[in-house]
Design a protein around this ligand. Structure first.
Ligand code: WQD
Length: 340
């Protein structure tokens, strides 16, 4: 079966995607530099899919290492590129680290792929490229707004780099998946989200508060122009997101003609407010949750949820899990890692 490179394959979305790829019979090679992941995730992946991916500890910022990798692994049929820094707030403080880590690595990978015949590349992009979109739900044709952070800018520039390269490189076929808000964990609770330090994202903060690791959740503003005053997002189960990568990969592998550069919004199509997410946690955990209303967070958009028509019709993919199902998987994972 085809051998697929997954960069950042020990990360949150990467690890769940490796499981789905192995379940589909693909042979997987993971590159990860372990800067934001744990080698223990390899054990979880193997336990779930009863198959061990090949693992190469390698920093994609090292151009020679990337060249050596592709000299060794000449039979890579597709690349799914997750490896990147992804903390919005951190990117504001460390812009050069973000531009180097998220863009140099992409360029070095593409330089190797363009010399191979028939390269297939999937790029981990984000709904942040839309900024605060003018219309909801958000389609792939929504205008790309000036990025609100260096992180978001690396996703926009990354897409441009791939698009420009595909135009002039007959060997390169590429798809960018624009994620909305990935949450949850594998139903076996053997892999999940492992935020380092204080979680920046809502759902891990909620489950850590539910587990007693945090005293209370701060809800960043309840005076937004939304039904309950809190921000709206499209929370998608990470396994649904992982499956979207397998579908996109197969689209590239089975293509009849060159695929220059396609983008797909990967969400559920359903918007949920912060308070609705809190209520989801209460329902599935049967616990209360300490929270208080705090000031708005700089850079937050009011609302972002996907129009999934293109992914449903052209990609043939649709999210299956509800918010409660995703939240329950997140809570089960939290309980598992805390031995609750
Ligand atoms: C969701 C909502 C917060 C924490 C970010 C990145 C995006 C992607 C997903 C990488 C917002 C509110 C949060 C808290 C809160 N990451 N919130 N209290 O900001 O939509 O997206 O993560 O690809 O690129 O931008 O996700 O989970 O941080 O916030 O009230 O303690 O929850 O204000 O409205 P976000 P988030």
């Amino acid at each position: 079966m085809d051998k697929i490179l997954v960069t950042g394959g020990l990360g949150f979305i990467g690890s769940h995607t490796v499981v789905e790829l192995q379940n589909e019979g693909f042979e997987v090679v993971i590159i990860d530099n372990l800067s934001n992941s744990s080698i223990d995730v390899l054990e979880g992946i193997t336990a779930i899919s009863v198959k061990s991916p090949i693992f190469e500890k390698l920093d994609l910022k090292n151009k020679q290492s990337v060249q050596n990798f592709f000299s060794t692994y000449k039979d890579i049929k597709g690349v799914i590129h997750f490896a990147a820094s992804k903390a919005v707030g951190e990117s504001v403080q460390e812009p050069l680290m973000y531009y180097e880590n998220n863009l140099n690595t992409l360029i070095y990978l593409l330089q190797e792929l363009t010399v191979k015949s028939n390269s297939n590349f999937i790029f981990s992009s984000s709904c942040t490229v839309y900024g605060q979109a003018d219309e909801m739900p958000i389609t792939e044709n929504a205008p790309i707004k000036p990025a609100e952070s260096p992180y978001g800018n690396t996703k926009q520039i990354g897409e441009e780099i791939i698009k420009d390269t595909c135009k002039v490189q007959p060997n390169l076929n590429a798809i960018a998946l624009r994620y909305f808000n990935p949450i949850g964990a594998h139903p076996t609770a053997k892999i999940g989200e492992l935020p380092i330090g204080v979680p920046q994202n809502l759902v891990p903060f909620i489950t850590q508060t539910g587990a007693g690791l945090r005293d209370e959740l701060s809800v960043f503003g309840d005076d937004y122009p939304t039904p309950d005053g809190t921000c709206i997002r499209d929370y998608i189960h990470v396994v649904d997101l992982a499956k979207a990568h397998v579908v996109a990969l197969k689209r590239l592998l089975n293509k009849k003609n060159k695929i220059n550069f396609e983008t797909f919004n990967i969400g559920t199509g359903v918007g949920s407010s912060v308070l609705e997410v809190i209520n989801s946690f209460k329902r599935v955990s049967n616990k209360s949750l300490n929270y208080q209303i705090a000031d708005r967070r700089e850079g937050d958009v009011v609302s972002a949820y996907a129009d999934t028509t293109k992914a449903n019709t052209e990609l043939g993919w649709k999210a299956q899990s509800t918010l409660d199902e995703a939240m329950l998987s997140a809570w089960k994972w939290e309980q598992q890692i805390r031995d609750l």
